[in-house]
Each structure stands twice: as C-alpha cells, then as structure tokens.
Design a protein around this ligand. Structure first.
Ligand code: H2U
Ligand code: ZN
Length: 347
C-alpha cells in the first residue's frame, strides 16, 4: 500500500491517515550518537536518588530496589471537595459542567541506580517493578475506579529527570482513553462473543508483518492503526483483564517484553529513546469486565533520528492523526536491530 489510505483503530473507534508515498525516497535519516543516558550512578542533585532531599523537604530514603512515594505535587487529592461546585455566574447551564474529582498520585522509582533505564536493568529488577505495579493496582483499585500506571521517558516527553521512574495516578472516574477503549471492547464483545484484542493478537501472530518481538506470554506489534512512527502495542497472549490476572510466568514475561521493546527502541537510533508508556487494563469499579484485555501502549515521538521528532500539529490537531512510514516498515526496522543493548555490547 504505497498510496494514501486510512486505517481504522477498533480500540478507539477512530481513523488514522497513512501517506506512505511521502517516504518513497531512499532513507536519509541521520543516526546520532548516544545521548540521554546519565553517566553517573548517583547524582547529588537528583531528588529520586537514595538519600537526597526532595523539593517538599522529604528525604528519599536509602532504598535498594523499588521505592514508591506520594507525589509532592499531586494533580489529584484523596479528599477533594465532595460538595457542589460553584455554579457559573448567570446560573446553572448544561454547557459549563464540572464535578469534583478525587484521586492519588504516586511516583515509583524503578531502581536506585541513576544511570539505568528499563532497557538496561536486569530482568530480576524489572520483575520487582512489575510486582510493585501489581500491588499498586490492587491497593489503589480498592479505593478508586481507575489506576493509570505510566512512564514518561526522556526530556522530549516531559520527564523531569533521567532517573528510572514512573508515575501512578488513581482516579475516581475512568479517564477518557480507557473509557473509550472500554466502550469499544464492550461493543466488540457483544457483537462477536469474543475479545477484540485476543482476536487481534491471533491475527498479528499469524500474519507476523507487524510483530516486533514476543515471548511465551506477550507480543509487541506496531499496530495496524499506529499513529506515532514507532508506536508499539504490547499485548498479553492470554485473556488477562488486568495485572491481577497475571501468574508467575506472565509477571516474568511482561518484565522480559518491556526490556526487549525498550532495548530495540534504544538501538534504533543509538540513543536513550524517549516515549510515554502506560498500561491499559480493566477499571476497578467492581464490574467483571470480561471484555478487557491488558495491554501497554508505547508512544515514542521520534521520527527519523535521535533529534528529529514527529509533531502532532496542523491536520493532526484539526483533522485526524496522520503518519508517513507504514506500521509494517516501522515494525521491520524495529525487528531488524540487534536484540542486545548497544551500550552493553562490548562489556
Ligand atoms: P515525571 O518525570 O514523569 O514528570 O515524574 C516526576 C514526578 O515527580 C512529577 O510528577 C514529582 C513531580 O511532581 N516530584 C516530586 O514528587 N518531588 C520532587 O521533589 C520533584 C518532582
Ligand atoms: Zn537519581
């Protein structure tokens, strides 16, 4: 398909415009040297390094694996006002709607070593992060309806610090993205009597053109409907609704697949590849959510080098998302890089 076409995203029930003819020219993207990695294991100015004082005055303790704390600048508060919000001058109107939102924001340090990233952490250390994510999902899910686990990696994606860390926001209401996915998954389940992402995973494994890597319990694909040039979707092979459905093998499997994907990303442009990554899973609202299928989205901004990014502006903001390089060629490039991290090759 080297002519403009649009592809359907059944998970968002939206279209994406694909314009592969714009990349018919030979590949001319530069390959920059390594950047974005910290060379020091401990940074005295890093608020996430063990023993350092954070902005709010609290001292980050001497942790030796995973450390979780309440965000010192939380976007959500556990006891937000529950009363009626002030009505706009001129009286109530259905056009200016607001409601209180309660929640909690946690920060999770993946490792005490400032120089590491998920790609370069040992599997056993990533597995500890997976276990901590599970526990957070379980505990926060008892109090809130949705638990959004995510990682902003790299300054390009707004991460405040190179120290390996992520965030967890729990909210009283299901946020827009998982709410839209819930509706699409429910509709598909009703219409077909099967799970949309089980069916999709089976298709991708058969066709293999968009599969980047896999293990016994997970696969990573550049989805048919990817928006970002090197976007990937990590799918559980079994029908797991949330982290709570994971067995031992799947906890190890997720750790392994996250390492595989982030390593391939770093190797693509020999840089610390920026992205926003996060899990989508069943809301914690007490319903069984048989339609839900655990997955991770990686949304990386880079287009053709460590410094050239894609901008979601113009037609994307006003019309619909658009991409040039096809998901199939992005998958081929990610599959084509060496599986071992470029910084670890000679050691
Ligand atoms: P990001 O790098 O994804 O922005 O995550 C870092 C979070 O850490 C950010 O939400 C919080 C910021 O509010 N933070 C603290 O809780 N304490 C600090 O001393 C600095 C930053
Ligand atoms: Zn640090």
């Amino acid at each position: 398909m080297d002519y403009p076409h649009r592809r359907y995203n059944p998970l968002r029930r939206e279209w994406v415009l694909v314009s592969p003819q714009r990349t018919a020219r030979p590949w001319q993207g530069e390959v920059s040297g390594a950047s974005g990695f910290s060379a020091v294991h401990y940074d005295p100015d890093c608020y996430l390094c063990p023993g350092n004082r954070r902005a709010g005055g609290v001292v980050t303790p001497q942790y030796d694996s995973v450390y979780i704390f309440d965000n010192d600048y939380p976007a959500l508060l556990p006891n937000a006002a529950t009363g009626v919000l002030e009505t706009p001058a001129g009286g109530r109107t259905e056009l200016l709607v607001a409601e209180p939102e309660r929640g909690r924001c946690h920060v999770i340090c993946f490792h005490p070593d400032h120089s590491l990233t998920l790609a370069r952490m040992e599997l056993i250390s990533i597995r500890r992060v997976v276990d901590a994510w599970m526990e957070e999902y379980r505990l926060l899910g008892e109090e809130f309806r949705y638990v959004q686990i995510f990682e902003n990696r790299g300054a390009m994606m707004g991460a405040s610090n190179p120290h390996p860390h992520g965030q967890i926001w729990a909210t009283e209401h299901v946020p827009n993205e998982p709410a839209a996915e819930t509706a699409a998954l429910e509709e598909y389940h009703r219409a077909h009597g099967s799970c949309l992402l089980c069916d999709y995973a089976r298709h991708e494994l058969n066709e293999s053109a968009r599969v980047v890597c896999e293990n016994d319990s997970f696969l990573a694909v550049v989805p048919w409907w990817a928006i970002w040039p090197f976007e990937t979707l990590v799918l559980a092979k079994r029908h797991l609704r949330s982290l709570l459905d994971f067995g031992e093998a799947e906890r190890d499997g997720l750790a392994d697949l996250l390492k595989q994907v982030t390593t391939r990303y770093d190797n693509l442009f020999e840089t610390s590849f920026p992205y926003t990554m996060g899990f989508h899973q069943a809301p914690c609202d007490g319903r069984p959510h048989e339609e839900w299928h655990f997955h991770a989205h990686f949304y990386p901004p880079l287009l053709r080098s460590a410094t050239v990014r894609k901008y979601m502006v113009g037609f994307e903001m006003l019309g619909m998302p658009q991409r040039d390089i096809t998901p199939e060629s992005a998958a081929e490039r990610l599959k084509g890089v060496v599986g071992e991290h470029f910084l670890d090759r000679d050691s």
